[in-house]
Every structure is written in C-alpha cells, then in structure tokens.
Design a binder for this molecule. Structure first.
Ligand code: SF4
Length: 357
C-alpha cells in the first residue's frame, strides 16, 4: 500500500464519516450495492448534507432495486424534486428498470455499470470499490481537488490531457486493500479538509508531501474553467388558477426539467398573450408577479410569472385540452404534489398559495 493511501486510511480511522446512512451496518447485505449506487448518483454535483434527506425519503419509498424499478417515472421524479440536475433522476429510474430486467441486482462489473445511463467512470469506480470492495479509482469533484493540489497538476480538468493525468494519479494511489474505506476517506478529505477555499492543511494527513502546500500554490490549484459570461434567457410563465387548483403540464422527456411538471411557458410576452386570448376570455385580468432569476450551469433564466385566476362566471372548457401533446391537468394548490417539479416551480407554487386574489 502506498504511503499516500496509508496516511489517508489512518486519518479515516480517526476522523472519517463512518455513519453515513448508506453505509450503516443495519442495511441487509444483499441491498448494500443498491444503497451505494443510489447515494453515489445523488452525490454527483451535490453535497452530503443536501443528499441525506432525499436519500432517506427515497429509501422509505423504494427500499430496494425492485421497488424502484417498478415505480412510475412521475413518482421517482416527485421524490427527486428539489435535488436538481433532473436528468439524474430520470436516468436513475431507467437504470433501475434495466438492472432489474437484466440482472435483478446491481451488476458487479465495471464495464457493465459504465454502460448504464447516469453512471460515469467515477460513479462506476465508487460502486465497485464501496459495494464490491474491488480496487477501482474514482475522480469526483472532491478527489480532483485533492489530487490536483497534492500532485500540483496544472490546467483545467475539462481538458482531456489534464483529466488523464488526474486519473493516472488516482489509479496510482488507490490501494488494493480496504479500498471501500479508502474511497470514502479520500472523498471525506476533499469535502472536510481540502476545501475549495481555506483548506485545513495543518489537519491534513497529506500536507508533508503536498506540492501545492509546499510551494504555496493552494489558492491557484485546481485551475478553474476559463470564465465565459453566461447567456440570459427569458421564460414567460402562465399560472392558471381555478379555485384552489393550479394548471400544470408535463414537460417533454428530454431537455431542461425533462419529465417534470411545470407551468405553460413561452419565450416571449406576445406568445403568452396570444395563448391567453386563444384559451380564455379577454375579460380576465392577467396579474404580473415579480420576475426572478434561476441559474443553470450554462445559462441564466429570467422567469416572468403571470397569474390568471378563473372565475365561476368565466371559465373555458377549451383549456383542459392537452398542449403540445404533453399531459396536463389541474393540481391542488395546497399540499405536496405527487409528481416531480423543479425548484423555481416549487417556489412559484408557494407564492401562489399565499396570494390573496
Ligand atoms: S495539504 Fe492542504 S492543499 Fe494539500 S491536500 Fe492537504 S488540505 Fe489539500
């Protein structure tokens, strides 16, 4: 075992996170790979503290692979609502169905895992190491940071030569023994010690040989993605209220918030106005709420909400038709929805339930 992994494991024995809910001993042995896979998918781009309540909700409803595979996509996305990066939720469900159909288990093979939707090389490595104790390297965001600093790797990870170097370093330091603990340990060091800003180098088991620490290059490494200004897009959304219900439609399966439910959305004010004129009486007043911004990884979306309250006198039956071939219906405004919704839609629904119309 390398000195690096020895130091990491000694640190883990004292300070590592050993009681994460997907690692507790009470999980039946046969279900452990399922818990590891679920947690690893949730942890992609998301911190442990955010993941824990979602993970617990998932496990309460879908305690094993079979139950997740037999759930509807709507039900799975409803459980995912608020966790972001919704392609993960859709892929999780797709992968559960395919694993259950083909293997009735989480496959114990790196290449097979890698071929499944939503599982990249780092997630596949983390599953192999933690669920099956097989020595595979990982390279999630935390590990990239530790290795880029420890080995002083210059350049942004998105450049393939830089990614190759980091993968090679990860492979070189991943041990054969105790690889499950090592994998948790190196992620923990990244999250708890080698933090993005103000890393706790004095508490770090790697500081004696860490090149960034020794050469005072910590703030410079890892190099970040060259900055580009994000474009700003506009979304004009229509919140149709009928008594205590609200009209939502399901979005197409791919693209932003694919498969989730949201308000009818238009790229320009005039299209929203046309839609209202075509579907409702012009006697109804359109109320404009404050706009707000939602930021995705690659663009900003300025959301302009418009509210239309139907009245007993003025209600058109036309509007119950399906729009753009996607399912649509009225949902109760109060209480939890049993379908998936994105965070800005949730926020708007909360605002609508407070409105005094
Ligand atoms: S010594 Fe500091 S920079 Fe180097 S790996 Fe440890 S925490 Fe990170």
């Amino acid at each position: 075992m390398s000195k690096f992994s020895q130091e990491v494991l000694t640190w883990y024995d004292k300070f590592g996170r050993k009681s994460l809910p997907w690692k507790v001993k009470s999980i039946p042995k046969k279900d452990r790979p399922y818990h590891i896979w679920l947690s690893e998918v949730m942890l992609q781009q998301t911190q442990v503290t955010t993941v824990i309540p979602y993970y617990q909700k998932f496990i309460a409803s879908f305690p094993n692979l079979q139950s997740l595979a037999s759930a509807s996509q709507d039900d799975v996305l409803a459980h995912w609502s608020g966790l972001g990066y919704y392609a993960r939720g859709r892929n999780l469900h797709k992968t559960a169905v395919s694993m259950w159909d083909d293997y009735q288990a989480i496959p114990e093979d790196f290449e097979t895992l890698l071929a499944l939707p939503g599982i990249g090389p780092s997630t596949a490595g983390a599953i192999m190491a933690q669920a099956f104790k097989q020595s595979y390297p990982i390279l999630d965001g935390n590990v990239k940071r530790v290795l880029a600093r420890y080995f002083a790797v210059d350049g942004w990870y998105g450049v393939s030569a830089v990614a190759k170097k980091l993968w090679a370093h990860s492979k070189e330091v991943t041990p054969q023994d105790r690889v499950d603990d090592y994998t948790q340990a190196i992620m923990d060091i990244g999250a708890l010690v080698c933090k993005r800003s103000k890393p706790l180098c004095k508490d770090c088991p790697l500081h004696k040989k860490c090149k960034a620490f020794k050469t005072d290059r910590i703030s410079e490494l890892p190099h970040s993605k060259p900055k580009k200004n994000k474009p700003v897009k506009q979304a004009y959304v229509l919140c149709v209220l009928d008594k205590q219900t609200v009209y939502l439609q399901q979005r197409p399966p791919t693209g932003i918030w694919g498969g989730l439910w949201s308000f009818p959305e238009f790229s320009a004010q005039e299209y929203l106005n046309e839609y209202v004129e075509d579907n409702f009486s012009s006697e109804l007043e359109l109320i404009i709420l404050d706009s707000f911004r939602h930021t995705f990884s690659h663009y900003h979306l300025d959301i302009h909400p418009h509210v239309l309250q139907l009245s007993d006198k003025i209600r058109t039956s036309k509007h119950t038709r399906q729009i753009q071939d996607s399912p649509a219906k009225y949902f109760p405004l109060q209480g939890e929805l049993e379908v998936g919704i994105a965070a800005p839609v949730k926020r708007l629904l909360e605002d609508l339930s407070q409105l005094d119309l």
